[in-house]
Design a protein around this ligand. Structure first.
Ligand code: NAD
Length: 294
């Protein structure tokens, strides 16, 4: 089966290589020459443009930064939807606004093409290890067609509903994790200010009603846990700027659908402050430092 893979960045490159290793015939493209070189030096085949890559593909996968990139690659006279062969399945794995996912899927449907949104969780480590979680929106038949590919790049596949549902699940989850990171940091800071050992406090929370994923797996307080970003100066992991992007998508979406997300909006503002203070590329657990006593 031939696959066009567009967007060979931090996530797309290892995902495309995993597809190739699984035996799919992958043709890749990225606007940045260095990303193309990284793919070809690992044995990948390159196309000269997104449309060239997709011209004879059975399935097109995109892994692009944000909504506007997805719109520009798929829509309009120069876009993929106008150029791919009938029967081509389109899979967008980028994290973008649910309403943009629905807009692009509707344009695909108007040309008789199937399209699913399949954003991921698991970060670059999950992309390399092929253990990503896919949150999927689209028609069941299209999801079934995509399944063998997604299984070559990930471990967990969840079909959440119709077009845009994958993106909606992703922003709900990430909004919650952003809030949990700030809430857990606050609790740890309060304990520290009272002279508590943060490891003891974390062990107690982890067996009490405040238990959550951050305290169990991603403790932001240095010295409490090994092999997490807080143990290595908040490097690696999931950046403040990517968390800020996802919280922005959640708040924007909430405004559009009339949902109340006051804590999500506050979390977005706090990550924004932290990013503007020059920490955008650090792991999002570094928001623990924003709450340090002044
Ligand atoms: P990235 O910026 O490293 O990669 C995106 C790539 O798309 C870049 O190489 C860029 O040159 C390319 N690109 C942009 N416009 C293009 C176009 N018109 N044609 C071809 N290529 C184009 O970003 P990333 O970290 O790989 O993330 C990709 C998506 O996955 C984002 O939506 C992000 O929010 C999401 N995501 C990232 C992570 C993570 O940990 N990095 C985790 C989960 C989800």
């Amino acid at each position: 089966m031939s696959i066009a893979f567009i967007g060979l960045g931090n996530m797309g490159l290892p995902m495309a290589l995993n597809l190739q290793r699984a035996g799919f015939d992958v043709l890749g493209f990225d606007l940045v020459a260095a990303q193309c070189e990284a793919f070809s030096s690992a044995g990948g085949k390159l196309a000269a443009s997104a449309n060239d890559a997709a011209a004879h593909a059975d399935i097109v996968i995109t892994m692009l930064p944000a909504s506007r990139h997805v719109q520009s690659v798929y829509l309009g006279e120069a876009g993929l939807i106008a150029h791919v062969q009938p029967g081509t399945l389109l899979i967008d794995c980028s994290t973008i606004a649910p309403q943009v996912s629905r807009e692009v899927a509707a344009a695909a449907q108007a040309r008789g093409l199937g399209m699913i949104d399949a954003p991921v969780s698991g970060g670059t480590g999950g992309a390399q290890a092929a253990t990503l979680t896919f949150m999927i929106g689209g028609e069941a038949a299209d999801v079934d067609r995509a399944r063998p590919l997604l299984q070559a790049m990930g471990k967990n596949l969840f079909h959440a509903g119709t077009a845009g549902a994958g993106q909606t699940v992703k922003i709900c989850n990430n909004m919650l994790v952003g809030m949990l990171m700030i809430g857990s940091s606050e609790a740890l800071r309060l304990g520290l200010a009272n002279g508590l050992d943060p490891k003891v406090l974390s062990d107690v929370i982890s067996k009490s009603s405040g238990r959550n994923w951050v305290i169990d797996n991603y403790n932001p307080c240095p010295g409490t846990m090994e092999n997490v970003p807080s143990a290595r100066g908040y490097t690696g992991g999931f950046s403040v700027d990517l968390m800020l992007k996802d919280l922005g998508l959640a708040v924007e979406n909430a405004l559009g659908v009339g949902a109340a997300v006051p804590m999500g909006a506050l979390a977005r503002n706090l990550f924004d402050l932290h990013s503007k203070a020059g920490h955008g590329s650090l792991d999002f657990a570094s928001v623990f430092d924003l709450l340090a006593p002044r």
